[in-house]
Design a protein around this ligand. Structure first.
Ligand code: HEM
Length: 132
């Protein structure tokens, strides 16, 4: 008899978020469209960026409050250096959804994808109103 596939766990804690964020930025850096934006244009310091983003998601999902920052700001600045268009945001979301779905499923997995999609919309609207 064929057994049904083991269901994936939901995102439950910081450790899960760390796993997600590490895997996601690995995919971003390997991507032809987004990799150069992070590594060449923004010159991201990954040792600083990864824990900050993990704080951001931990605060968004579990209300820990350890992210203090302005998530819009770096993207507005980036739009002065490169095009921050729909194609890039769509690729970002595609990679993010793919990463979430390859590790997790459940309420929090659904929630984090909705937050990411909403943030991407808000960022694009703000960038457009900023003139980018
Ligand atoms: C085309 C899509 C995107 C690109 C190219 C991009 C790129 C970047 C870059 C270069 C930084 C600055 C990193 C650093 O030097 O520390 C950054 C920061 C950040 N990004 Fe994005 N990003 C994108 C979409 C998003 C989306 C959709 C979200 C929301 C879920 C997001 C969340 C954040 C947050 C929370 C920060 C840290 C802000 C802070 O400094 O407090 N990004 N992003």
């Amino acid at each position: 008899m064929k057994s049904s596939p083991t269901p994936l766990p939901d995102l439950e804690n910081r450790e899960d978020i760390n796993r997600l964020v590490h895997d996601f930025y690995g995919r971003v850096r390997a991507d032809d469209l987004l990799g150069p934006v992070f590594d060449d244009i923004a010159g991201v310091d990954w040792d600083t960026h990864i824990p900050k983003i993990a704080d951001f998601w931990e605060t968004a999902l579990f209300r820990t409050g350890n992210y203090k920052g302005n998530p819009l700001r770096p993207h507005l600045l980036l739009s002065l250096q490169t095009t921050m268009d729909r194609e890039k945001f769509q690729r970002w979301l595609e990679l993010f959804f793919e990463t979430v779905d390859s590790h997790f499923q459940g309420e929090n997995a659904g929630h984090i994808k909705r937050i990411a999609a909403d943030m991407a919309e808000v960022m694009q609207a703000r960038i457009a109103s900023f003139g980018g």
